[in-house]
Design a protein around this ligand. Structure first.
Ligand code: ZN
Length: 220
């Protein structure tokens, strides 16, 4: 059986031919490269980075040297160096774990405040959301970096949903913080349910972004 690797998310498929669509990231079969090419195997996509070795040519003409992957260029500047280190050390999942711990707590506190009419919970929820807001720029930045460097800016449905979920999380968080600053009594007002709804959307979006992140990491 041949092994094919998705050049975007690195998912490995076993079979005679690559799948029509990557079951993890959704790119087409043309993005798959043959990993362990047997002698009957078709040539791997030469544009993709692959560990496949071409069989040595038995001809009179000098055999062309197998294409070597270009040596990794040294980082051009400090910015590139930092970006490289961020991707290498998984800065995106690291940064995501910080606000994702606080975000559900904020939503629960707002719901408790709404149900029990408790101002202390509103304040606690708001303080939690401020920490989320502070962490979000780094989360979004590291996410964009990872998408560019690791996934070659692939724009399949999966990545579109992930980007939209991240944008929605950030927007809902910003709306909640600004809304509270304008009207600290929002949870005892007639619009309280809309405020709670915005927070539920934020929580659901963060969950969807996390779910897709898990899918990309664990490839299932
Ligand atoms: Zn894939």
């Amino acid at each position: 059986m041949k092994k094919w690797q998705c050049s975007v998310c690195k998912y490995i498929h076993t079979g005679e031919r690559p799948p029509e669509k990557c079951p993890v990231c959704g790119v087409g079969s043309e993005k798959f490269v043959l990993l362990d090419a047997g002698k009957d195997a078709p040539a791997a996509d030469k544009t993709a980075v692959s560990s496949a070795q071409k069989p040595a040519a038995q001809t009179d003409s000098p055999a062309p040297k197998p294409l070597q992957p270009a040596p990794a260029a040294p980082p051009a500047n400090l910015y590139e160096k930092i970006i490289g280190l961020m991707v290498k050390h998984h800065a995106h999942p690291v940064s995501v774990h910080i606000p994702n711990g606080i975000l559900p707590a904020a939503v629960v506190l707002f719901i408790l405040a709404w149900v029990f009419d408790a101002q202390l919970f509103v304040k606690a929820g708001f303080i939690n959301l401020v920490f989320v807001i502070l962490a979000l720029p780094f989360v979004l930045f590291s996410g964009i970096i990872e998408w560019k460097k690791k996934y070659n800016q692939a724009l399949t449905t999966l990545f579109k949903i992930k980007i939209m979920a991240a944008a929605l999380t950030a927007t809902a968080c910003l709306i909640s913080v600004i809304w509270y600053l304008i009207d600290p009594d929002v949870l005892v007002s007639a619009n309280a349910w809309i405020f709670i709804l915005v927070n539920m959307v934020m929580l659901a979006s963060a969950g969807i972004a996390g779910h897709i992140g898990g899918k990309l990491v664990f490839k299932d």
